[in-house]
Design a protein around this ligand. Structure first.
Ligand code: CA
Length: 370
């Protein structure tokens, strides 16, 4: 009995001493240091619909979910650094995080471009499934570690449109001599088909189409294309966007800043990205629906599919171009192999699910009448 009492007394005294020590080791300045003021640079014009606004929501979510333990301020392209210097600014720690699209960094680490979109590759749902369950996140983290960053998918445009053309596209030969604005891997494919690929700032595109400096251009899809007014200077609007079947938007975080976060803040950043990833895709789906109606009915745009024969030829060329590009780069090969393996399974399941259902929904019957 007395032994027990003695243990209790010692225990209580020990506890009180520990509590005092803990309190003295947590003075107010240490608590203040836990609040982080982070800056997010983006490759988007400030508040650009869908892309810039998605980055804004990510910043707000992280700030609110962490109750201000991380306060994120978002900057448009050019406010701290120009669009294409965003990665350098995050890599070298000038700022803590950035928002853009992975293909912008192919000059730094070639494998990054395969994380954005692959011609005739994965759609948005499949991209997300690959990141979460197909090894994509781990591969992306390895690619971004080479740039000193942590990677998160942080939005997706969904399937884009094939672009605007001032001539009919009937066969692969029609790309011979075509002057087209089309960036990324899609640009490599149409160049292989004989087109002259042109890159110019977005602000010059309308004038270039109007004057005949370019014959064709792709941008995003109905939502962004309608806002841009491209229908005023182009004759035909082709689909589908075989070159960007799903374009992944990214949040990249300075690796040291990321590793310095306690696990609860890491979970908040991860969860906010997962939410924004879905939210941005949902916004594109909703706004593309409405914008396509407007393009067809109000602006009487000639919307037409690429002929199957042309798509078949482009698909073969895309396979060749993708295979050639990865030859000398083991990391690109590894990423491409993983995407190709995942795509092999996804094509089969998609034929049995989404594709079969889309065909069923399109059959000639009257659905709900209200
Ligand atoms: Ca595009």
């Amino acid at each position: 009995m007395s032994v027990k009492r003695r243990e209790f007394v010692i225990g209580a005294a020990g506890g009180a001493a520990a509590a005092t020590a803990a309190a003295s080791s947590l003075p107010k300045p240490a608590i203040a240091q836990e609040r982080r003021e982070w800056r997010m640079v983006t490759t988007w014009p400030k508040n650009f619909p869908g892309l810039g606004t998605g980055a804004n929501i990510l910043g707000e979510m992280i700030t609110n979910m962490s109750d201000g333990r991380i306060t994120v301020t978002v900057y448009g392209a050019g406010e701290i650094v120009p669009a294409f210097e965003a990665m350098d600014a995050v890599s070298n720690g000038t700022v803590e995080m950035g928002h853009g699209a992975p293909y912008y960094w192919k000059g730094k680490v070639a494998a990054s471009q395969y994380l954005a979109a692959t011609p005739f590759g994965l759609n948005a749902q499949e991209q997300n499934a690959w990141f979460q369950y197909g090894g994509g996140q781990e591969l992306a983290d390895r690619v971004y570690a080479e740039m000193g960053c942590k990677f998160f998918p942080s939005g997706n445009t969904g399937t884009q449109m094939g672009g605007w053309y001032n001539k009919e596209m009937n066969s692969i030969e029609d790309y011979q001599g075509l002057k087209m604005r089309i960036p990324g891997l899609g640009g490599e494919v149409v160049a292989a088909a004989g087109a002259t690929v042109v890159n110019m700032p977005g602000g010059e595109l309308l004038q270039a189409m109007q004057s005949g400096t370019i014959d064709a251009m792709e941008w995003v899809g109905p939502y962004n294309d309608l806002a841009f007014g491209i229908y005023q200077v182009a004759q035909h609007y082709y689909y589908p966007g075989w070159h960007e079947p799903a374009t992944v938007l990214e949040n990249f975080i300075n690796l040291e800043a990321w590793q310095d976060l306690p696990s609860d803040l890491q979970a908040i950043v991860q969860t906010a990205n997962a939410a924004v990833n879905q939210l941005v895709l949902s916004e594109f789906v909703a706004r593309n629906n409405a914008s396509l109606q407007s393009l067809i009915t109000e602006h009487e745009v000639d919307v037409r599919p690429f002929p199957d024969e042309l798509l078949t030829a482009l698909g073969g060329l895309a396979g060749q171009v993708l295979s050639d590009l990865i030859v000398d780069d083991p990391l690109s090969q590894e990423v491409m192999q993983s995407i190709a393996d995942f795509r092999g399974q996804a094509v089969t399941w998609s034929n049995f699910s989404e594709r079969a259902f889309a065909a069923a929904r399109d059959l000639p019957f009257d659905w709900v009448t209200l």
